[in-house]
Design a protein around this ligand. Structure first.
Ligand code: ATP
Ligand code: MG
Length: 241
């Protein structure tokens, strides 16, 4: 895998004549886990879609891309908001979809290993409509982990999970994605306080940075520093425009 690049964006986005976000400046450092918080509709998913090369409907005035100057194409895995699983494929086929679409060899053992990590070994042969919402979300996470890219974009990846599964998936993802450039959109201040090496807050006024505790990620969920940061983040969101 090539060294993970930083991500940067500076400018504003529109769809048709409608302003979507910006002008704003965003930096996500190379090889670190950046959490992005912000009110619904502020443009977080649109920003991720731009980095994933999926923003055809978006007119972006400015610059965005990788800090090393090389194209992002082929270096990014996106776990989109909403699981986007193929309903006619079973879980294993959904997890290996990327390789099959590229005509590459399917690493079935690796897929089964990842399904085991996300606790879905017993469901490998089921179709998405036979799974719960949280299980489907874990299939989508498994598919993203399967892609093995240096840049990983996660759009509310754990939103459908119960508290215990969520903490487990946070731990697992932090371990498996350590050293990659991760940009993780979440509405959960507790999640950002556990996982964010950098924490950004996006509002209609632009992008601001919150100062996370220096404890290593994933931080202990009930450590005083984690809880205090969680509270400070919520206060920042409450006081934002
Ligand atoms: N394809 C589209 N055409 C027109 N407007 C769109 C399109 N996609 C998104 N928008 C608008 O762009 C704005 C930002 O949407 P986006 O999905 O990026 O927000 P978000 O910050 O991810 O919100 P949430 O937290 O609810 O997921 C919204 O007002 C939305 O209605
Ligand atoms: Mg969104």
């Amino acid at each position: 895998m090539t060294p993970p690049p930083a991500l940067h964006l500076s400018g504003q986005a529109k769809i048709g004549d409608t302003p979507i976000f910006g002008p704003l400046v965003m930096e996500a450092p190379a090889g670190q886990w950046t959490c992005l918080l912000g009110p619904s509709g502020v443009g977080k998913s649109t920003l991720l879609r731009l980095f994933a090369g999926l923003g055809d409907e978006v007119t972006f005035e400015g610059t965005f891309g990788a800090g090393d100057g090389a194209p992002l194409e082929g270096r990014v895995a996106l776990m989109a908001q909403g699981d986007l699983l193929m309903p006619w494929l079973d879980v294993t086929a959904n997890v290996t979809l990327g390789a099959r679409l590229r005509g590459a060899e399917v690493a079935r053992d690796r897929a089964l290993g990842i399904l085991d990590w996300v606790g879905l070994s017993d469901h490998a042969a089921k179709r998405p409509d036979e799974l719960s919402g949280g299980q489907r979300q874990r299939v989508a996470l498994a598919r993203t982990l399967m892609e093995d890219r240096p840049v990983v974009l996660l759009d509310e990846p754990f939103s459908a999970l119960d508290a215990r599964s969520r903490a487990r998936m946070q731990d697992l993802s932090a371990e498996l994605l350590a050293g990659r450039t991760v940009l993780h959109v979440t509405h959960d201040v507790a999640e950002a306080a556990r996982l964010g090496q950098v924490v950004l807050v996006m509002t209609g006024d632009g992008m601001s940075m919150a100062e996370p505790p220096c404890a290593q990620v994933p931080r202990t969920y009930d450590a005083p520093g984690t809880l205090a940061f969680q509270g400070a983040l919520l206060r920042q969101l409450m006081e934002a425009q």
